[in-house]
Design a protein around this ligand. Structure first.
Ligand SMILES: Nc1ncnc2c1ncn2[C@@H]1O[C@H](COP(=O)(O)OP(=O)(O)O)[C@@H](O)[C@H]1O
Ligand SMILES: [Mg+2]
Length: 279
């Protein structure tokens, strides 16, 4: 728990090697990237005060919130700590590593929503967001800022970054999922798609029954363990769906009430795409 690690020592952390998107390690911008604690936690650096406040409030208010039913899909939150590592000297939030038990984690970050800027964004932030992932967002209501996959035959790890994601459109996005799922390989992860569809449907149902939280620039993290492919094991044991990144999550207290149609439309379109792999 958070209270057991009030100050995190630099020798106890390393980069989170399974990080596929988000703020990367960048000394000039004083970002250490996502970190992994020796006790298994993921540490997310709180780089900007406003986003830090928003994300911490989201996690700390979750249990009592109208959208508390989302909890099974959200990484467990263990509180706040402080890390001093290279050019970073600041707050981190302590989270469960949702792919930490996988031997060969395949992970895809899917940013949900046509609108990725929040209602308090400056005009320049809004413009820069609107220039990113234009085709995918317009045609599908989501984008893919990154993923990693182990080739199920060679076992080589391949990483696809935001530049690959930005090159995708409504048609080519299927290729990204084919690569991610090791489709067209003797050992593929098509069975994970059943789990993804069922879990995303549950998230959709909860989100459509609540009028409180609005998620901007938040992601669905799809994952599976490549190590388990071809073994005839129940896919719910080796594939998972999580919701991550609440740096722009607004609730009824600070933002208008009503359904989060931007998020719901993105999820609906993602469900449709996943279902097309089962036809
Ligand atoms: N709880 C977690 N467990 C495992 N990996 C995570 C977790 N949270 C984030 N990640 C990894 O870190 C990346 C960036 O996280 P995110 O919260 O989206 O940061 P940012 O605000 O910089 O976009 C994700 O794409 C994923 O690869
Ligand atoms: Mg993110």
């Amino acid at each position: 728990m958070a209270s057991s690690i009030p100050l995190i020592l630099p020798q106890d952390v390393e980069p989170l090697v399974s990080q596929v998107a988000g703020h990367a390690k960048d000394k000039d911008k004083r970002s250490p990237g996502m970190l992994k604690h020796k006790d298994g936690y993921v540490l997310k650096p709180m780089l900007k005060p406003v986003q830090a406040k928003t994300e911490i409030q989201f996690y700390e208010g979750l249990a009592g919130a109208p959208h508390a039913a989302l909890q099974p899909f959200i990484p467990k939150y263990y509180g706040i700590s402080h890390v001093k590592i290279e050019s970073y000297d600041g707050k981190v939030i302590i989270l469960e590593d949702v792919t930490g038990t996988f031997c060969k984690p395949c992970v895809m970050d899917i940013k949900i929503g046509k609108q990725t800027w929040d209602p308090f964004a400056t005009a320049s932030k809004r413009e820069s967001e609107e220039r990113k992932y234009v085709e995918c967002k317009k045609q599908l209501g989501f984008s893919i800022p990154g993923f990693q996959v182990y080739d199920s035959i060679s076992n080589h790890l391949k990483k696809f970054d935001k530049n690959y994601g930005k090159s995708l459109n409504g048609d080519t996005v299927k290729n990204a999922f084919s690569i991610f799922l090791n489709l067209h390989k003797p050992k593929c992860a098509l069975m994970a798609v059943d789990v993804y569809i069922a879990e995303i449907q549950k998230i959709f149902d909860i989100m459509s029954q609540q009028n409180n939280v609005h998620l901007y620039s938040s992601s669905v993290l799809l994952s599976y363990d490549c190590e388990q492919l071809g073994k005839n094991i129940d896919p719910s044991l080796w594939s998972r769906v999580h919701m991550i990144d609440f740096a722009h999550a607004y609730t009824g207290e600070t933002h208008e009430q009503g359904p989060d149609n931007n998020y719901l439309e993105g999820l609906k379109s993602l469900l449709q795409l996943l279902k097309s792999f089962k036809e």
